[in-house]
Design a protein around this ligand. Structure first.
Ligand SMILES: NC(=O)C1=CN([C@@H]2O[C@H](COP(=O)(O)OP(=O)(O)OC[C@H]3O[C@@H](n4cnc5c(N)ncnc54)[C@H](OP(=O)(O)O)[C@@H]3O)[C@@H](O)[C@H]2O)[C@@H](O)CC1
Ligand SMILES: Nc1ncnc2c1ncn2[C@@H]1O[C@H](COP(=O)(O)OP(=O)(O)O)[C@@H](O)[C@H]1O
Ligand SMILES: [K+]
Length: 494
């Protein structure tokens, strides 16, 4: 499990530890880890050119100390102080003692006064360390810092962010204004939520944790790793039969959208349930693709027993859709609500449910349920997913470039899934996810676990289908569904 903690929690843990350690010990640990990561990025430290962007706080202190360590190993290190009078004194002394050069580009003097020497040092460095601001930062980059960051992208240096890319919000991943875009980030003690949630996450690059000994306790955010997901995935026992494995029902589709239920069924068939029932008007399309599906065209409750229902993909908003929705809302089996079902049901009827309920909105659907703007939801995903789970009294999986999963009540950490790829932004991918998650619900997993396992597998499947790494190729939602068994095997085999 990868865990992340909010700034408040990190600071409290830091205070507890500092009471037991000599002054500067934590910064020394952070700086050592940072210098090691910088050296790996540089490959050859001796003779390399390193430029430090240094703000007024301890983030600048870490950076100056790491710069001193690199200078002692033969790098040519220059530090650009953005608040010359307030730069970390110990770090500055260490850098000077190691032969580093100190330059100034005061924020107060403004963008037009940045000395040419500073611009040149940034542009021509092999590596720039972003020590402008860390967990003490508020808002986006100020103008001089923003300009130097731009100079770095336009030049040749690799950019290594210290603790977090300056300008992103550590707790939420919000980016208000300019923020550093790093090739790599070294974070100290624990991950910060903003490093794992978009839009902040897009600025992070390769992420590395340097342990410094803090014990921050229960996390605010967690990301499941292979072993965590493997422990959740149901495996049939020798005595299993299709009913004991769980039956999932899909209430989806309409004459206008006959394809969505096919995709949901495709995901469900690969999600661990022993059988998939389909209820709706697209039975012919479903059986044409999946003859193994148990289909019916009447109301869901007349289709036979299931252990979980999925309602919504391609349902439309006609009378049949309303009837199917009313029918499944009245059942007491776990229910996954997606797409049209979310807007048709509305907040009050979702809140009224007492059986386990999982909602899988994308940002637009979440915005409608919250009465907010889509852009606001995308900018503040963590707040949005928590608010939605609390207001609707249901588990919420918020889709998008970062998938977040929250239970109501705020007592358990929000889960984040980052196994996906932007190739997953393709029509119908959400329908596959709803079938997959519904299938896992039917096997007996609680909504939070079913949602986490489904999001993880779905993202991995997309990567397998698209071809991993930095490349990849366009994929269809069907390709994603077909790649689920491979992703499942990868997870179980570690
Ligand atoms: N906690 C730990 O366990 C450990 C923490 N460690 C390190 O300490 C870091 C936190 O240090 P910190 O608290 O001194 O805050 P930090 O982020 O350097 O900057 C705050 C200053 O920046 C300023 N400022 C604010 N917003 C700004 C902006 N947008 N643009 C520009 N400037 C802005 C603001 O001053 P202002 O100019 O607003 O008066 C404020 O004074 C942490 O990230 C990690 O690197 C490690 O050493 C080891 C253990
Ligand atoms: N940029 C992205 N990176 C990773 N995953 C993404 C991205 N954009 C969308 N996704 C994922 O793709 C799926 C799209 O679902 P959805 O928006 O419901 O599409 P549809 O309604 O067409 O099925 C979701 O699982 C979502 O998390
Ligand atoms: K930083």
């Amino acid at each position: 499990m990868r865990t992340a903690h909010r700034v408040e929690t990190v600071r409290a843990a830091e205070t507890r530890l500092m009471d037991r350690l000599p002054d500067g010990a934590l910064m020394a640990r952070a700086a050592t880890g940072l210098a090691t990561a910088a050296a790996e990025l540089l490959r050859r430290v001796y003779g390399s050119r390193v430029c430090l962007l240094v703000g007024s706080g301890d983030n600048g202190g870490d950076t100056l100390h790491a710069g001193a360590a690199l200078a002692r190993r033969g790098a040519g290190v220059s530090a650009v102080l953005l608040s010359p009078g307030r730069a970390h004194a110990g770090g500055l002394a260490a850098l000077r003692a190691a032969g580093g050069l100190v330059l100034e580009a005061p924020e107060a003097a403004g963008e037009s006064e940045v000395p040419g020497e500073v611009t040149r040092r940034v542009r021509e460095a092999d590596l720039v360390l972003d020590g402008i601001v860390g967990i003490g930062g508020k808002g986006g980059l100020r103008p001089v810092a923003a300009r130097l960051a731009r100079t770095a992208y336009e030049g040749r240096p690799a950019i290594l962010a210290v603790d977090l890319p300056s300008g992103i919000d550590a707790d939420s991943g919000e980016v208000n204004g300019d923020a550093v875009r790093a090739d790599a980030t070294v974070t100290f003690g624990t991950y910060k939520p903003g490093l794992l949630i978009d839009p902040g996450r897009e600025h992070v690059g390769a992420l590395r944790l340097v342990p410094i000994g803090i014990e921050p306790g229960a996390p605010d955010l967690e990301a499941l790793q292979y072993a965590d997901v493997a422990a959740l995935l149901p495996v049939p026992g020798v005595e299993s039969d299709k009913y004991r494995r769980g039956v999932v029902g899909i209430a989806a589709g309409s004459t206008r959208y006959p394809g969505a239920p096919v995709l949901a069924v495709t995901g469900a068939l690969r999600g661990g349930a022993g059988a998939v029932r389909y209820a709706g008007s697209a039975a012919d399309a479903v059986t044409a693709r999946h003859p193994e599906t148990l289909v019916s065209s009447g109301l869901p409750s007349e289709a036979g027993r299931v252990q979980a229902w999925v309602v919504g993909p391609g349902l439309g908003d006609g009378d049949e859709a309303r009837a199917a929705l009313d029918d499944v809302l009245a059942t007491d089996v776990p229910l996954l609500m997606d797409a049209d079902a979310l807007s048709l049901a509305g907040p009050d009827r979702i809140r009224a449910r007492t059986a386990p309920t999982l909602l899988t909105p994308h940002a637009g659907e979440a915005a409608r349920l919250l009465g907010a703007d889509r852009a606001d939801v995308e900018a503040r995903r963590l707040d949005a997913v928590r608010a939605l789970a609390d207001r609707l009294g249901a588990t919420v999986l918020l889709k998008g470039s970062t998938t977040l999963i929250a239970d109501p009540g705020g007592t358990s950490p929000v889960r984040v899934n980052a196994t996906g790829t932007s190739w997953l932004a393709t029509a119908g991918a959400g329908d596959v996810l709803s079938g997959l998650a519904g299938s896992l619900l039917a096997t007996g997993l609680p909504p939070r676990e079913a949602a986490s396992a489904a999001a993880h597998l779905h993202g991995l499947a997309a990567r397998r289908a698209a071809g991993g790494g930095r490349g990849g190729a366009p994929i269809t939602a069907y390709d994603v569904a077909e790649a689920i068994p491979g992703a499942w095997r990868d997870v179980r085999e570690g």
